[in-house]
Ligand binder design. Structure first.
Ligand SMILES: Cc1cc2nc3c(=O)[nH]c(=O)nc-3n(C[C@H](O)[C@H](O)[C@H](O)COP(=O)(O)O)c2cc1C
Length: 150
């Protein structure tokens, strides 16, 4: 199985989550930052996982640029999963979150993500990740890998 994990990260927290997810999935797994990913990287992938920090209630500009570039280019058999990092503060809820917007994008493209959009929590804007989130990310990745391989 070929897996590609794409992430963006300003302060490094989402990168830690992305790498924990990737390490927990067996097979051919590649991790790319959104700015470094090209449509060719996404072709011929069985499982595509995309994650972004939530910034202003959505994914980052780099992730948006990539989504625009890859829109309409997916192989119909590609399995999709999305995640974000976000803060636990109540006020941020009004703006929404990156993972929900990522899921909306894929639904519009005709892909239902294989699991619900997953949040991972940081303690403040620059992090660190809340205790246990890196381990939870590994578990999340492992479960998706198992699900796709089954
Ligand atoms: C410009 C900016 C806007 C942000 N807006 C939100 C937001 O709307 N909701 C939220 O939960 N967190 C928000 N945050 C906190 C980010 O989610 C947090 O910085 C991110 O999860 C850290 O991930 P990273 O280390 O990979 O950049 C914002 C952070 C920045 C820098």
């Amino acid at each position: 199985m070929k897996t590609l994990v794409i992430f963006d990260s300003l302060y490094g927290n989402t990168e830690i989550i992305a790498r924990a997810i990737a390490e927990a999935i067996t097979g051919d797994v590649k991790v790319l930052k959104a700015d470094d990913a090209r449509p060719l990287d996404i072709s011929d992938i069985d499982l595509l996982i995309i994650g972004s920090p939530t910034q202003g209630g959505r994914h980052t500009k780099s992730v948006e640029a990539l989504l625009t570039e890859i829109s309409g280019t997916f192989d119909k058999s590609t399995k999709i999963a999305v995640f974000d990092t976000r803060m636990p503060a109540k006020w941020v809820k009004i703006f929404g979150f990156a993972a929900g917007k990522l899921a909306d994008f894929f639904k519009k493209e005709g892909f239902e993500p294989v699991v619900p959009p997953e949040p991972f929590m940081v303690e403040g804007a620059k992090g660190p990740l809340k205790e246990g989130e890196q381990e939870r990310a590994a578990e999340w990745g492992k479960n998706i890998g198992r699900m796709i391989n089954a």
